[in-house]
Design a protein around this ligand. Structure first.
Ligand SMILES: Cc1cc2nc3c(=O)[nH]c(=O)nc-3n(C[C@H](O)[C@H](O)[C@H](O)COP(=O)(O)OP(=O)(O)OC[C@H]3O[C@@H](n4cnc5c(N)ncnc54)[C@H](O)[C@@H]3O)c2cc1C
Length: 499
């Protein structure tokens, strides 16, 4: 028995002996490792079938403070669950770390056995890559914690946390940082790919607010990465996605902001779509950093499709009207909902109805200008279908996002004006293939107006598209990947392929 397990068994024995009848209490205080019943069939990163010896997996289980989960328990099913439920993956084993030490043990085990490895934080992966069949999944759901330091205006956030934890804790101190628009998205995945949000134009992307990260790299080392320590890795992790290791904690820069923001959606008849998008193209350019504005066409399942402009004004609420009034004159207002709201509540407002949370398929790409040609192409290819909902949206970049140089972080699209997302969802009773075919054919017309895609919207794009999307940053990223992950242990992501 190794030293760690000896201490753990001695401690439970001592507790049970000193308080007879307290074995149950001892078991709840001291982690009881999962008993491994037999050898386990698994696959390597390259897809080769292997058998993990029972004794080796038992040793991994014994080494953990958190849990090792095997098929057949409800905890296993909960851990492997992904938001896009059509990815019904069954890992050979799941490690649920409670801290960096467990992550190190899991990464060592995966590397030593060349196992296929997936890392899950919030489970929002569009391509289902945060779980896997027959590999090892590291599920970070027990690693959720947010601690705000008012004096330095920073927040230390555990690597498995959800955005809601960050927003909630930070705002209780009158502080914020840029986070995505749905509170159950993971801090881990969102941040590593870049991070857009309602405050992005004002405070930059989420990565622009990352001061430091604790990372377990493929060699099993726990590194504190910042501008001075492993600066190359610090650069790569800000936009390079999950390619470089498991981040167990983030240190974020926070900013002072009032609680109330003005938020709204104005809907116009579908017949006025071109006019609305032409207006939006001009109007978005004039917006100050406090205004986050986007335009959309379509709707959700069961809704009548419309054209719409939505916004969040995070400046002084008294000054919002000046920017809202012109939206009312852009077309025939068919629907209007404008309200002053608690920022944290706004951040939760899409939790049950964000289009991306529905089973569906998406194509996306960064665009430079919303030209009349692009508008016509999007609108002319928009088809209404009784069994599906289609939605196109133009999320605005610019402001503080665009004032960072493309070379300053791995994210290479600072100069883009919009992120165009084309999303289709369908009735559960209908055949997905037909709807996926439609969105793909739509995108084949639109794609030429885009250049590169947001890696967090990865739907399994080719490695050529991944390298193209990183533009001039790709050679540097590849070098860093080769240095830290030469065997491509972390491959379930928008992968920077080394082998
Ligand atoms: C409903 C919805 C709303 C969204 N809204 C926004 C938005 O407002 N802004 C925006 O920018 N994006 C948004 N996205 C996209 C989102 O950023 C990505 O889906 C992101 O990957 C989600 O992160 P996650 O941790 O929830 O996902 P997961 O599926 O858990 O992880 C995705 C990938 O991230 C990596 N990863 C996650 N955590 C870690 C970690 N701690 N260390 C190392 N690697 C890790 C892994 O490679 C993993 O495969 C949204 C997506 C959805 C579904």
């Amino acid at each position: 028995m190794d030293r760690r397990n000896f201490i753990r068994s001695s401690l439970s024995a001592a507790l049970a002996a000193s308080f007879p009848g307290t074995q149950a209490l001892a078991a709840s205080l001291v982690h009881m490792p999962t008993t491994i019943p037999s050898n386990i069939d698994a696959i390597t990163g390259d897809g080769a079938e292997i058998t993990l010896q029972k004794a080796a997996v038992q040793e991994l289980s014994d080494s953990l403070k958190g849990k090792l989960l095997l098929p057949g328990s409800s905890a296993y099913d909960k851990a492997r669950w992904l938001l896009q439920e059509r990815y019904d993956r069954h890992p050979a084993l799941i490690v649920q770390p409670t801290g960096s030490a467990d992550v190190q043990n899991a990464v060592d085990f995966a590397r030593d056995n060349s196992l296929l490895l997936a890392v899950k934080c919030g489970g929002h992966s569009a391509s289902g890559k945060s779980s896997c069949d027959k590999g090892l999944q590291i599920d970070l759901s027990q690693l959720r914690h947010a601690r705000v330091d008012r004096s330095t205006k920073t927040a230390r956030i555990a690597g498995g946390s959800l955005l809601g934890e960050l927003d909630h804790e930070a705002m209780s101190h009158g502080l914020v940082t840029t986070a995505g628009s749905v509170s159950h998205t993971g801090v881990g995945g969102l941040t590593l790919g870049g991070g857009f949000g309602r405050l992005g134009r004002r405070f930059g992307m989420t990565i622009d607010n990352v001061l430091e990260m604790d990372v377990v790299t493929p060699d099993g080392k726990l590194r504190r990465v910042n501008a001075n320590n492993d600066p190359d890795l610090y650069w790569a992790l800000r936009g390079g996605g999950g390619n470089f290791g498991v981040v167990t904690s983030f240190l974020f820069q926070l900013h002072e902001m009032q609680r109330d923001v003005v938020t709204g959606f104005i809907g116009y008849p579908l017949s006025e779509t071109k006019q609305i998008l032409e207006f939006f193209a001009q109007y978005a350019e004039k917006m100050p950093d406090e205004m986050n504005i986007s335009a959309s066409v379509g709707g959700r399942l069961g809704q009548k499709p419309i054209a719409g402009i939505s916004f969040v004004w995070s400046g002084d609420p008294a000054k919002a009207d000046k920017y809202i009034e012109p939206l009312r004159k852009a077309g025939t207002v068919a629907f209007e909902r404008i309200t002053t709201m608690d920022y944290v509540a706004v951040q939760r407002s899409g939790d049950n109805n964000d289009t991306r949370a529905f089973t569906g398929h998406m194509k996306s790409g960064f665009v430079n200008a919303l030209t009349s040609k692009l508008i016509s192409t999007v609108v002319d290819n928009f088809e209404i279908h009784p069994d599906r909902a289609t939605r196109f949206s133009f999320g605005q970049l610019g402001g503080a996002i665009g004032r960072v140089d493309n070379a300053d972080t791995a994210f290479a699209h600072r100069d883009a004006d919009f992120n165009l997302m084309s999303f289709v969802s369908w009735k559960s009773t209908s055949d997905p293939e037909e709807h996926i075919k439609y969105i793909k054919s739509h995108w084949s017309n639109v794609e030429r107006f885009s250049r590169g895609f947001y890696v967090n919207d990865d739907f399994g794009q080719s490695s050529e598209l991944v390298s193209a999307t990183y533009r001039d940053n790709f050679p540097r990223l590849l070098k860093i990947k080769q240095k830290y992950d030469p065997t491509n242990l972390f491959r379930l992501n928008a992968n920077i392929r080394t082998v």
